[in-house]
Design a protein. Sequence first.
Length: 315
Amino acid sequence: MTVSASPDGMWSIGELAEQAGVTVKTVRFYSDHGLLPEAVRSAGGHRRYGPGALDRLRLIRSLRTLDLPLPQVDRILAQEDVPGATDALEGAVAGQLRALGTQLSALRWREAALHLLRDCTPEERADRLGLIGAVSIPPTTDALARFWRHVLPARLPARLLSTLLEAAVPQLPADPTPSQVLVFARLHAVATDSRVVDIDVRRLAPRTPDEACRPAVLYEGLIEACALASADVRDRRPPHAGEALDCFVAAHAGLRNTRDTPAFRRQLSVQLGRIAHPLLDRYWQLVGELPSASRQPTIGAMDDWLRAALDAQVA
């Protein structure tokens, strides 16, 4: 039953608490924090609240039910008196949704990791526990991005570097399976392996003056070559000569500012074999096992196909 305010339109703290379904202590807490200002004090020093206090208290309770912190509640209440002002509430809701999404993702990854440990053999458990313990929950791909920033030349334009990182660093599933958690943990281990310092793809660039070495030309050409080869790789066609291979070789020739000749192709085939590194091969193998790789062949798979096409041609 709703109790009306006193004849003067004021509520006592007890009446207000009863109507809102909260305790007197709660009303006092919100008042002390400036969210629910009292209108006047009675002759005996008791708090009295105006006609709009009940609606305001109910709004505060609703906002707190959404787990909004007091400063955000204060900003939203401040905009309640401004017609059409909704930015504070919209921003608070969006922020809570982002935070909740992160929390849910963390729970899903943690659940999958626990299943992974529960369902493995005792011999596997210690290794898997070590792999999982090295990864944050929910995980990030920061280590993978650092891995590629080390491998790629330092002089690449920002736009090109961003494109390469986007293609090389996989997106992580929001609701992973236990096997996907294991794949990512292994991928993280590859990216943080101490042997990463031995990877020197930059040996592709000959020791020439800076103006003669053009790594951007190489990687822009490689992106185009991979795009041309993607259909063949996706459909599992055998490596073969053609436009994709020509573009691949032209990219390497452009790096050195030289011509594409049979002799250059033989030299390139040998050099690409020399700079191969097991960590890179392992990286791309693991990326291929993540769900994002099912929609498009990985750069590693396309590079392998192009190198195999080159090796077959010069053999």
